[in-house]
Design a protein around this ligand. Structure first.
Ligand code: DGL
Length: 287
C-alpha cells in the first residue's frame, strides 16, 4: 500500500458525525433500513430530492448536477461518509462525487458495486439480468461490472415499476401485468436478477412471479456491509451507543414523503424537514 492509499486517520470527533444517505425520493429508504440494521450505533441523515424525482429518465449531466447539489447540502450536515442510495445517481455520478469527496476526505459509496457482488454470490454461473430505470440500464455500469467479472448480463429497463411502488400498487393484477410485460422476454434466459432500482424490492413478489426460479438480489444489505467496511478501514466506526433519531430532509412535498415513506420504512419518517438545494459548492462545485 502506498502512502497515499493508506486510510487517513480520523480527525478527532469525526466518528460521532452522521452518515449522509441520499436518493431522488423515497426509494433509498430501503438502503437506509439496511444501514440502520447493520450499523445500529451510527447517526443517519437522509435526503430525498423529492423536488427533482424521478432521476431515472433524466440525462447523465442533469443527474450529476442534482447529485452534486445534494452532496453539497449534506456536507453542510457535517457528514463523515456519503451513501448514494440511488442506482441512477450511482450510475451517472459516482465517479464525480468520489473525486470531489476524495478532496475533502469524505468516503462516497454507491449501490452498484455491492449489488454486483450480491449477484455474483447468488448466481449459479448463468446470465444475470439487471432490472433498473432507463438511465441505469442505458449507463451500463452494472453490465460493465458483471462483464469485468466474466459474467454475461441482460439489462432491462422497467421504468413503470417506479410509480407503481410509489403508489403502493406493489401486488395485484396491474403490478403483475406490468412485471410480466417487462420480464417475460427474460424467462429461461437468466438465473439471477439484480433489483437495480431502490423501488424494486417492494415489488419483489410480482417480479419473482414473472421470473420463476430466478434468484432476486438487491443491493441494500451488501451496500450496508460495504459502508461498514469502509468506516472500519478509515477508523470512522462509531462505538456502541444509542444513536440520535434519523433525520430526514426533503426538497418538496413533505406530506407525500411521509405517506409514501411509511410504505418503504414500515413507519412514518420523522422528523422531516423541507430544505432547498444549493448550487454545487465547495469540493462539489464543477472545477
Ligand atoms: N431511486 C431511483 C433508482 O434507484 C429510482 C427513482 C428515480 O427514477 O428517481 O434508480
Amino acid at each position: 500500500m502506498s502512502a497515499s492509499d493508506k486510510p487517513k486517520p480520523a480527525a478527532s470527533g469525526t466518528v460521532h458525525r452522521p452518515i449522509g444517505v441520499f436518493d431522488s425520493g423515497v426509494g433509498g429508504l430501503t438502503v437506509l433500513s439496511a444501514l440502520r440494521q447493520r450499523l445500529p450505533s451510527e447517526d443517519l441523515v437522509y435526503l430525498g430530492d423529492t423536488a427533482r424525482v424521478p432521476y431515472g429518465t433524466r440525462s447523465p449531466e442533469t443527474v450529476i448536477n442534482y447529485s452534486q447539489r445534494v452532496a453539497s447540502r449534506l456536507v453542510r450536515e457535517d457528514i463523515k461518509a456519503l451513501v448514494i442510495a440511488c442506482n441512477t445517481a450511482t450510475a451517472h455520478a459516482l465517479e464525480a462525487l468520489q473525486e470531489a469527496g476524495a478532496r475533502i476526505g469524505l468516503p462516497v459509496i454507491g449501490v452498484i458495486e455491492p449489488g454486483v457482488q450480491a449477484a455474483l454470490t447468488a448466481s449459479r454461473g448463468g446470465t444475470v439480468a439487471v432490472l433498473g430505470t432507463e438511465g441505469t440500464i442505458r449507463a451500463g455500469r452494472y453490465q460493465q461490472a458483471l462483464e469485468r467479472a466474466g459474467t454475461a448480463s441482460i439489462g432491462q429497463a422497467c421504468s413503470l415499476l417506479v410509480p407503481l411502488a410509489e403508489e403502493g400498487w406493489t401486488t395485484g393484477e396491474v403490478a403483475e401485468a406490468v412485471a410480466e410485460r417487462y420480464l417475460a422476454p427474460l424467462q429461461g434466459q437468466v438465473d439471477t436478477a439484480i433489483l437495480g432500482c431502490t423501488h424494486f424490492p417492494l415489488l419483489r413478489e410480482v417480479i419473482q412471479a414473472a421470473l420463476p426460479g430466478v434468484v432476486l438480489v438487491d443491493s441494500a444489505e451488501t451496500t450496508a456491509e460495504a459502508v461498514a467496511e469502509i468506516l472500519a478501514e478509515q477508523g470512522l466506526l462509531q462505538a456502541p451507543r444509542a444513536p440520535a433519531p434519523t433525520r430526514f430532509l426533503v426538497t418538496d412535498n413533505l406530506e407525500r414523503f411521509v405517506t409514501v415513506g411509511h410504505r418503504f420504512l414500515g413507519h412514518a419518517p420523522d422528523p422531516v424537514t423541507l430544505v432547498d438545494l444549493p448550487d454545487p459548492e465547495g469540493a462539489f462545485a464543477a472545477p
